[in-house]
Design a protein around this ligand. Sequence first.
Ligand SMILES: *[C@@H]1O[C@H](CO)[C@@H](O)[C@H](O)[C@H]1NC(C)=O
Ligand SMILES: *[C@@H]1O[C@H](CO)[C@@H](O)[C@H](O)[C@H]1NC(C)=O
Ligand SMILES: *[C@@H]1O[C@H](CO)[C@@H](O)[C@H](O)[C@H]1NC(C)=O
Ligand SMILES: *[C@@H]1O[C@H](CO)[C@@H](O)[C@H](O)[C@H]1NC(C)=O
Ligand SMILES: *[C@@H]1O[C@H](CO)[C@@H](O)[C@H](O)[C@H]1NC(C)=O
Ligand SMILES: *[C@@H]1O[C@H](CO)[C@@H](O)[C@H](O)[C@H]1NC(C)=O
Ligand SMILES: *[C@@H]1O[C@H](CO)[C@@H](O)[C@H](O)[C@H]1NC(C)=O
Length: 846
Amino acid sequence: MPALAILARSMAPCKRVPMFLILFILSITRVATTNAIASKVDRFVPQDNYLLSCGASAAVQVDDGRTFRSDPESVSFLSTLTDIKIAAKASLASASPLSPLYLDARVFSDISTYSFFISQPGRHWIRLYFLPITDSQYNLTTATFSVSTDSMVLLHDFSFIASPPNPVFREYLVSAQGDNLKIIFTPKKNSIAFINAIEVVSAPPSLIPNTTTRMGPQDQFDISNNALQVVYRLNMGGALVTSFNDTLGRTWQPDAPFLKLEAAAEAAWVPPRTIKYPDDKTLTPLIAPASIYSTAQQMASTNITNARFNITWQMVAEPGFRYLIRLHFSDIVSKTLNSLYFNVYINGMMAVANLDLSSLTMGLAVAYYKDLIAESSSIINSTLLVQVGPNTIDSGDPNAILNGLEIMKISNEASSLDGLFSPKTSSEVSKTTLTGIAFALAATAALAVVICYRRNRKPEWQRTNSFHSWFLPLNSSSSFMSSCSRLSRNRFGSTRTKSGFSSVFASSAYGLGRYFTFVEIQKATKNFEEKGVIGVGGFGKVYLGATEDGTQLAIKRGNPSSDQGMNEFLTEIQMLSKLRHRHLVSLIGCCDENNEMILVYEFMSNGPLRDHLYGDTNIKPISWKQRLEVCIGAAKGLHYLHTGSAQGIIHRDVKTTNILLDENFVAKVADFGLSKDAPSLEQTHVSTAVKGSFGYLDPEYFRRQQLTDKSDVYSFGVVLFEVLCARPAINPALPRDQVNLAEWARTWHRKGELGKIIDPNIAGQIRSDSLEMFAEAAEKCLADYGVDRPTMGDVLWKLEFALQLQEKGDVVDGTSDGIAMKSLEVTNVDSMEKSGNAIPSYVQGR
Ligand SMILES: *[C@@H]1O[C@H](CO)[C@@H](O)[C@H](O)[C@H]1NC(C)=O
Ligand SMILES: *[C@@H]1O[C@H](CO)[C@@H](O)[C@H](O)[C@H]1NC(C)=O
Ligand SMILES: *[C@@H]1O[C@H](CO)[C@@H](O)[C@H](O)[C@H]1NC(C)=O
Ligand SMILES: *[C@@H]1O[C@H](CO)[C@@H](O)[C@H](O)[C@H]1NC(C)=O
Ligand SMILES: *[C@@H]1O[C@H](CO)[C@@H](O)[C@H](O)[C@H]1NC(C)=O
Ligand SMILES: *[C@@H]1O[C@H](CO)[C@@H](O)[C@H](O)[C@H]1NC(C)=O
Ligand SMILES: *[C@@H]1O[C@H](CO)[C@@H](O)[C@H](O)[C@H]1NC(C)=O
């Protein structure tokens, strides 16, 4: 990898796309396994193995031979105020093929805790069984409750009220750190909680790795402290595999119900004993039994009219959560080695390109698996898509397979697998809860919005009162938060327990600005008149609109066919509406009537900064002093994103077209939320992994895929040189050494001849000391390594100093804005703080 890194560094930035793709492919096809002889089926003996049939009067034996003890036998586990046990009516017990585990339940009317002694810390399965049985006194259909461990929320306000009373089985993998694992049942106010059966069982340490590769950013994501919920576990092309056939007590469902087009897939089967496991023990039957690897779905061969298509499995995923996806493969379809190459896509994005099982396993019918993390931002329409399809390059007999699939939900930043409430506060509304929600919300938003939110810095949500003042005055508070907030509550919040929370929730922490009706928007835009279009982006069109009093607005109308779902849209506005700063373009409100996704922003009448530098011959380029002021404004906006009350937001797409000017030429940073373009086919990796615009992209971010606020600083350095030289960041039409502005300007600056490449429109206005201060700021921003770059605060200081130097000179020389200065001598800057540099007079040449 170092060789690649060096190679990447030595390449011109504009040539970096292919490099990135190479890294992408290398990093996902981690070679893991070697050839091996079939190993014996390892029988797993868990260190901790608690099987409880709750509320039962005697031990219960289940089909796979395991015995669940009744909980009175093990009563020391349970701390509860009331000892309520109920049994299902005899009719249910006799009539159904139900597991006997569901026929008894324990009921809790107050917080109750099961404590399990943990002999071996590490991942444990928690499996919970629920069925709302009834007896003469209790009807469990009415129960609403939360279930958590000491550190994780497993279920929040769970109930059967809205769903049919069918058995519910939930399976989790949590890390038990100390010598005790608690499972806490918390009934909702005036309700009850119940449980039919519980398993707490040690998982093999090798089962779940500590870190896994993320799709998109391609970095290693540490999941060692996250809890997982197994949502799907499928045996492709095979039958149901129950805990009887899996030494880890897992159940694998047939995949057919999830196939989007059943006719596209054809089941393949070999006897399970032919499956080989690698002899280096990187993969044992604990990962998945041979009965999983011995069946697969392959591409159906019946209709050969179109030999290239994907097999698609479609599952439901909850937006706002990351998912760990484990793909199991074993080439049971090829006759010879090296004849099967195929691609795997997750959520429409390339997950594994050109998977070559033969060279990974050095054999046929050898087990292999691949873990990936799908980011929450890739989940569209609550759908998780897994696809396999033939590689387009290979000309052989096209085929693609999948043998098994596990999908696990990863706990979120609120330490929850269900909603945004952190453990312990889940039943209580307090300031901490709000912080927790807001915190998790911001994190969720960050994922969806492609803004990075750093966990170690908490926003100051306490200042809720000021939220109101952010938005336009309103006629009535009821119209304020109508359907936008209704949707967002459905999306993020679960039911609240204290009256009054709802209004706090809606109007402050979750404030979405003013609510516009669709009719108001139609009026403001003259029914979306084409003439009024002032911009088009991945999100949709931007219209210039006006309210009745003449206030101009920029109205972004989401393209209904855009990939950006309503949830993402709402998440984004929630994020954006919390950001308020003189140098950020303000979101005024939104409209979601008729399934429209419309955002209303303040209108910036002077448009993008770039137009005032070059490219538009109708616009007179702005003066040096104006340019300094604009750069200072933009720097303040970015500084606020990085460090202000919004804290820890990385813009990711700083460029001169994202700095807008209002009627007074006050600069405001725009597009810090909705700049995400709908991914196009060839672009998927680039736009999701390394977001940004070429020419502005931080090379270190590029190499390491690690985004920091210093990436914005780099892009801002490019902006500064663009402002100085009035040329695009990348201009492919120029000779090779000039294509990339950052490199070209730095070369000239180092030669001490920066004066030769300054925009001729302003060259005569610039004082040499002001120029040097400005150039020094720009050059420092472009340092190769983020640690060597200044913070936005430092840059801001230098720019303000550059402006002071310029103004001081202007006063001395009696010149004013826009009038070319004649005097370019070096002035004495001793009186100014921090200026130890000798300041050469670069400008004299012009
Ligand atoms: C239990 O309550 C639910 C919802 O209130 C009701 O539909 C159901 O009929 C009740 N069952 C029994 C057995 O009373
Ligand atoms: C995960 O990390 C823990 C400690 O941090 C370590 O003991 C364990 O071996 C690691 N597990 C794996 C699979 O790397
Ligand atoms: C499960 O194991 C039993 C007993 O070994 C065997 O008869 C059955 O075929 C197995 N089922 C599957 C799906 O492998
Ligand atoms: C194969 O052809 C039949 C009949 O034309 C059609 O119903 C079926 O959907 C086709 N299968 C695939 C995988 O295209
Ligand atoms: C398979 O699916 C991927 C992702 O959705 C898509 O890009 C690709 O074009 C599909 N391939 C075929 C042959 O349809
Ligand atoms: C989202 O789901 C709805 C309803 O199922 C469907 O009409 C719509 O086409 C889907 N959108 C996308 C982008 O898949
Ligand atoms: C807001 O006030 C204006 C004028 O004061 C009025 O015409 C309009 O109907 C009001 N809107 C709402 C939603 O009350």
